[in-house]
Design a protein around this ligand. Structure first.
Ligand SMILES: O=C(O)c1ccccc1NCC(=O)[C@H](O)[C@H](O)COP(=O)(O)O
Length: 210
């Protein structure tokens, strides 16, 4: 079963509808320049709305590791997503399970660029490279660059929406997909109908006869 993370949650009242739609994990963006950024206090309010068996993922971009860990503790995050140019050594200082987001450029050898990260964490997120913007761009990368045989957990991100997620899953066979802009009505405001339609595409891909 392909898991689904919806990233960039900013409103506690959206948690229940997202979970009811079948979303497995909720992403909180701790990157103040982002239109989807939340403060630690806002994140605590969102976390309080999350019930058992749903994961919360904190997304950071080149934040000092002590600050990352303090926020993770204060909010009660389950996982950390490093979305900047952090090194392996810096990520290893995290006090939570974590994974790295890598931004794929045309021509990148995905097997090579993921190798150092696969060795130390249990999954790698692939997003599209867009100059000057670390993420949440709504841009796809070329899925042909994803190796068809892998022994690591791929989290596929970047420009996914209801129109393309089924093809994305069929082609890349990811462990999980990560979506943000493709299920929004405005930055940080998730459109629950878009989320429901997205989830239906993801789940239908698992059960083509249902
Ligand atoms: O969402 C942001 O504004 C953001 C800012 C800085 C780094 C990462 C950010 N978002 C990451 C994500 O939302 C997802 O992991 C991924 O990039 C997919 O986004 P989208 O292409 O909008 O579906």
């Amino acid at each position: 079963m392909v898991r689904v993370k919806v990233c960039g949650i900013t409103q506690p009242h959206q948690v229940d509808p997202l979970v009811d739609a079948g979303v497995d994990a909720l992403g909180l963006v701790f990157y103040p320049p982002s239109p989807r950024a939340v403060t630690p206090d806002q994140a605590v309010q969102i976390q309080r709305a999350v019930g058992p068996y749903v994961s919360t993922i904190g997304l950071f971009v080149n934040t000092p590791i002590d600050e990352v860990n303090a926020i993770a503790d204060a909010v009660g995050l389950d996982w950390i997503q490093f979305h900047g140019s952090e090194t392996v050594a810096q990520c290893m200082g995290a006090n939570r399970p974590w994974y790295k987001a890598l931004r794929v450029r045309a021509g990148d050898d995905v097997d090579a660029i993921t190798r150092p990260w696969r060795a130390v964490s249990n999954g790698v997120l692939l997003d599209a490279f867009v100059k000057g913007v670390p993420g949440g761009t709504g841009t796809r990368f070329n899925w042909d660059q994803v190796p068809s045989t892998r022994d690591w957990k791929l989290i596929l991100a970047g420009g996914l929406d209801v129109s393309n997620v089924r093809a994305a899953i069929a082609q890349t066979q990811p462990y999980a997909v990560d979506v943000s802009g493709g299920v929004e009505s405005a930055p940080g405001i998730k459109d629950i109908q878009k989320v429901q339609a997205f989830m239906q595409e993801v789940r239908n891909d698992q059960h083509p006869n249902s």
